[in-house]
Design a protein around this ligand. Structure first.
Ligand code: SAH
Length: 353
């Protein structure tokens, strides 16, 4: 009986491997029985990653340029109601300095991430994007600035932005409403993702694993949602409570469930760019290495000036907030070498096939 069951889970994984679609119920069976089939999943997910991207791991230099935010997401440490957060903004020169340091360390993608900060108008952002592109024409720019209008996304794309990360946070509207205040809208967030795709960005969606009220059924829905949206990137990481938010007493998401979801995402979208995130490295000292071994192929170390790093605290105990970028890159190179993969100097674009 036991063996028959295990054979059934492996068959579902084989089905995914052959690029056949799974139903929500089939995904749910795998998620519920993950302990019995995770080894087989990871064997397949790493093989698929290697088939598409070889042993190359892409690095993205993350520039966290503002922690001002007009939103009040219940889970996030830089939510507007958090009066304990010490706010900062980087100016153009500081952003360009971070990019310069990153370029010299081998980064060929810069990710500008921040809260939804009205200070950065289209005009200011267009100027910064153009300046980075002018100086580093061989680099890609990824933006992660939250929800903006179609026109705004269009201007930023025309200025030279290549990619956009906007996690949908959860694929379930009712779950979304438990994680966000009333004035925020699931439909608008998904609409933003569609607009970004229309404009030709390489688009990244994503969600937190183990966020409050999340069920295993929600996680099965994530995979159905992703299969339909077909984003080029998917960012997932465990939810981690932040001490100055309404979710301060909630449990963090687990490493093993995050890894299992990474494996399923790799098989569902074989070519996807999939980071082993800082949050995963925060709840487990070997989290990022384990993420790579589950099928991830991207790392996003911090390039922000050390002086502001502790202020971009989305969750408690975030790692690498005291290290210089050069230290982070050295450390990651050593860690990744132990997984049998290697960090490469490359823009690391999405491979169509
Ligand atoms: N303002 C941008 C960037 C948000 S920060 C935007 O709206 O896209 C990047 C990601 O950090 C968020 O999308 C969220 O998924 C994650 N995050 C925020 N708070 C977190 C927490 N407490 N634990 C884990 N991840 C968190």
């Amino acid at each position: 009986m036991q063996k028959q069951h295990i054979a059934m889970y492996d068959e579902l994984i084989d089905k995914l491997r052959k690029n056949q679609e799974l139903s929500k119920d089939e995904y749910l069976i795998l998620i519920q029985n993950r302990k019995k089939c995770s080894d087989y999943l990871f064997k397949n997910s790493t093989e698929v990653r290697e088939k598409v991207y070889g042993k190359d791991i892409y690095i993205r230099g993350l520039i966290e340029f503002t922690n001002y935010c007009k939103n009040d997401c219940l889970y996030c440490g830089i939510r507007r109601s958090n009066k304990c957060a010490e706010r900062y903004r980087l100016d153009k020169e500081e952003i360009l300095n971070s990019a310069c340091q990153g370029y010299n360390l081998g980064f060929r993608t810069f990710v500008m991430q921040g809260g939804e900060d009205g200070y950065y108008t289209d005009e200011i952002l267009v100027d910064i994007i153009k300046s980075i592109k002018e100086k580093y024409p061989d680099c890609a720019i990824t933006l992660s600035l939250g929800e903006r209008s179609f026109e705004s996304y269009k201007k930023l794309k025309e200025a030279g932005a290549d990619r956009y990360l906007l996690r949908h946070e959860t694929a379930s509207k009712s779950h979304y409403e438990k994680l966000h205040p009333k004035e925020m809208s699931f439909d608008n967030r998904v609409n933003c993702l569609k607009n970004l795709k229309k404009l030709g960005y390489q688009v990244g969606a994503g969600f937190m694993v183990g966020s409050p009220f999340q069920t295993e059924e929600n996680l099965a829905d994530e995979l159905i949602f992703l299969k339909k949206l077909k984003p080029q990137m998917v960012g997932i990481g465990p939810f981690i409570p932040h001490k100055d938010t309404p979710f301060k007493n909630e449990n963090a998401g687990s490493v093993e469930l995050t890894l299992f979801m990474l494996g399923l995402i790799r098989l569902t979208l074989p070519n996807v760019l999939l980071p082993a995130t800082t949050a995963l490295g925060t709840i487990d000292p070997l989290g990022r290495e384990k993420g790579i071994k589950a099928g991830a192929n991207v790392l996003m170390p911090n390039l922000s000036p050390v002086g502001v790093r502790k202020k971009y605290m989305l969750y408690d105990n975030k790692i690498c907030t005291g290290d210089e970028a050069a230290q982070c890159v050295e450390c990651l190179k050593n860690r990744i070498a132990k997984t049998g993969c290697k960090i490469v100097v490359s823009r690391g674009d999405y491979k169509e096939n």
